[in-house]
Design a binder for this molecule. Sequence first.
Ligand SMILES: C[S@@+](CC[C@H](N)C(=O)[O-])C[C@H]1O[C@@H](n2cnc3c(N)ncnc32)[C@H](O)[C@@H]1O
Ligand code: SF4
Length: 386
Amino acid sequence: MRSIPAPSPPGPALGLYVHWPYCRRICPYCDFNVVRHRGRETEARALVAAILRDIAAHRARTGPRRLVSIFLGGGTPSLMRPEDVAEIIAAARGAWSPAADLEVSLEANPTDAEAEGFAALAGAGVNRLSLGVQSLSDEALARLGRNHDAATARRAVARAQTAFARVSLDLIHSWPGQDEWAWRSDLEAALALGPEHISAYELTFEPGTAFTRARDRGRMVAPDEDHRARLFALTGEVLSGHGFQAYEISNFARSPAARARHNLIYWRGEDYVGVGPGAHGRLTLDGVRIATEAPRAIDAYVKAAGDEGPAGAWLALTAQEAALERLAMGLRLAEGVPLADLAALAVDPMRIAELGAFVDVQEGRLIVRPSARAVTDRLALELCPV
Ligand SMILES: C[S@@+](CC[C@H](N)C(=O)[O-])C[C@H]1O[C@@H](n2cnc3c(N)ncnc32)[C@H](O)[C@@H]1O
Ligand code: SF4
């Protein structure tokens, strides 16, 4: 007898982002919401409990939904205890209806100590690892101030590929002094490791970081825009030459199945719950787009994630604000964004025509031409001056 499939819960599908703010060491270019983990074990236990309370509080607001992805990001979630990871995944699966192909990603740093824990994290339910390799050159890793060398990163990739069905590598380009040869070598070295997915980010100089202070004091020279554009173009050239599709500005997949399901939620303007210090979320409730933001400080988050409701602020976006966000995120994708989703912006068709060298409309979707990908952020502003 054939079993009757369970009915799909009402409401749009959902992803869950969990922010784990601890790192072994703070990298000189990073401005994510992070702290050093040493001596914070008790606080980390309290944070896990707060995250569990926050998941339950969000469930009370979202109602039943289909859960398509969980992303444990950071910070360095590979420093989490596997039993805590398992408990968070179980709580999410219990709160919502998990899809049969639920993607459970975790961000990891490639140190030996962390790689030793990969099998246990897979046992806890993680099925996709996003590994922060950044470079496979010792010189680049030293310049970036990373706490691993290239040989360690290679060992971590091998262990990840044994433990997880899906592995993605993060790389960084446009660090001071990097030439085209160095970037090409890095890309080819990463490709030789056989990942299904590569995220290739341009190094950004964020306010308040050690790199930005060094640049502003003249101790570090950031690459100019032309050089960065050449490295960006080289990324697409090398990766597409090896069969990877640039499905997003900085993200490349060997096949459609290898795309990051979770990140697609952000770029496609779908719903996601954000828990953990400083986590953002976006939810559609009764047709209104809600932006959520949890307190950034760990102690404030732990206190706020109580029994009263989800931690942090919930703000209803206007239809224009929601559509503007949809435009900015959707243009990042090769598939673009349906014009129907931008109705509230009333984008002038004349403006689209004027920008015809950079954008195109195909089957009702606004897309950025591949040759104009590097200036996507500017195009969103050009299409919709605020
Ligand atoms: C927040 S980190 C978490 C992953 C992990 N902690 C690590 O560092 O490998 C996620 C990714 O963001 C990227 N990233 C962080 N700061 C960046 C910056 N200033 N510019 C470009 N990419 C950055 C790195 O590639 C990193 O792998
Ligand atoms: S780049 Fe990764 S390891 Fe470095 S401080 Fe940021 S989150 Fe932590």
